[in-house]
Design a protein around this ligand. Sequence first.
Ligand code: ZN
Length: 231
Amino acid sequence: MSIARKLYQLQEIELEIESKEQALAQCLSRLGKSRVVAQLRAKQAKEQQHLEELRRQQHSAEWEIEDLGTKLAAAKETLYSGRIRSPKELASLQHEVEGLEVRRDQLEERALETMEQVELAMDNLTAISNELGASESEWRSQQQRLSAEIEQFKDLLSELESKRQQMLAGIDSQTIDFYNQLKKQKGWAVAKVEQGTCRGCRISLSTAELQRARGEQLVECNSCRRILFLD
Ligand SMILES: [Zn+2]
């Protein structure tokens, strides 16, 4: 096998390693994170807090209504007991009873509104929890798929790396140094020749260059200085 072919094959392997490493890094970056799940969890916590606040309001309204009921019953009992005879006092008590009744009606209305809000919040919470459950299960299976993909990439990369090491062992170190230097300068070092043209710079090669590239020695492109490989 010509040295140019060996280097070309080495380059092919190295490019494949690079692309698989990028794919692996992308998989790794997607592992263990779910923005959707985190957002839904925050939404659920907020709705839960809202519901608890509404329930507190509901209970305090209920207690107040009960308290008013007791006061009202006592006032009415006094009013109709016949113990109070002064018309002025009776009128004032009558007024107090009416005031308490108005207040109770207002509170009952408010309690009813709060109850409706509690029901709405519970419905919202159920909807969010269902959505969260679905997202979590989707996320879990996605994570499993990712973990499997990551394992495959790792296996493949270790295979490719051992192939690369085998190839490196078959090329002398001076040539490897030259290859690496070119790679560093240009991104990739070996250019295939296709239809008499260097694929590195797309410039047509002279007959003499093509002739030399067919030989066993390493030949560089006159324009881009890459190593020419003629299949
Ligand atoms: Zn070239």
